[in-house]
Ligand binder design. Structure first.
Ligand SMILES: [Zn+2]
Length: 185
């Protein structure tokens, strides 16, 4: 949901470059400091504790590729958005939305964290493209689940096309620096 930035109207796609985490009670790390977690696949962490750098939470190369794909397709995508992630599942209060605006958030949602954190702990290139579905609490009469579904239904084919083109143009060899976000001893 948008927090009243004029270029982030409902139906707008946006590339997140920063997030603010207000989640609670979610498993948010592979490094829990106690036990070696069970992680499927190739990743087997050697250390109990590790701190992943979150200065730039998203892959700069994937971001460039996605923005280029959008330009090629003539699709408007707003770059450089800060996402506030709330626990939910309830929507926010009007007071919470006022607080988030003061803190510098542009949009608010309930997904994205811890997904981005877990991906970065695995040294994965990661990017998020969001869709502004409506204005947040206090900025319109009321917030409903229906308008979220409606917007998604309309925009999904565009998002799909954008992702397909971006994936097709993603090189197999990574030169973005994401491979060494977490250094294991
Ligand atoms: Zn990367």
């Amino acid at each position: 949901m948008g927090l009243k930035r004029p270029d982030l109207k409902p139906g707008t796609m946006a590339v997140t470059t920063q997030f603010i985490d207000f989640t609670k009670g979610r498993a948010s790390t592979f490094y829990n400091g106690e036990n070696l977690p069970h992680v499927p696949g190739r990743f087997k962490p050697k250390s109990l504790l590790n701190h992943v750098d979150m200065t730039r939470p998203y892959c700069p190369e994937l971001r460039r590729i996605l923005l280029e794909a959008a330009k090629h397709m003539g699709v408007k995508v707003v770059d450089g958005v800060t996402y506030a992630c709330m626990e939910g599942p309830r929507f926010e209060t009007a007071a919470e939305i006022r607080m988030l605006r003061v803190l510098g958030a542009d949009v608010v949602g309930m997904t994205l964290v811890p997904e981005v954190v877990l991906a970065r702990e695995l040294n994965m290139c990661y990017l998020s493209i969001g869709v502004v579905t409506n204005l947040a609490a206090g900025l319109q009469e009321r917030v409903s689940q229906e308008e979220v579904k409606e917007i998604f239904k309309t925009i999904l084919p565009t998002v799909r096309g954008l992702l397909i083109r971006a994936i097709e143009h993603t090189p197999r060899k990574r030169t973005c620096g994401c491979t060494s976000l977490v250094e294991e001893e």
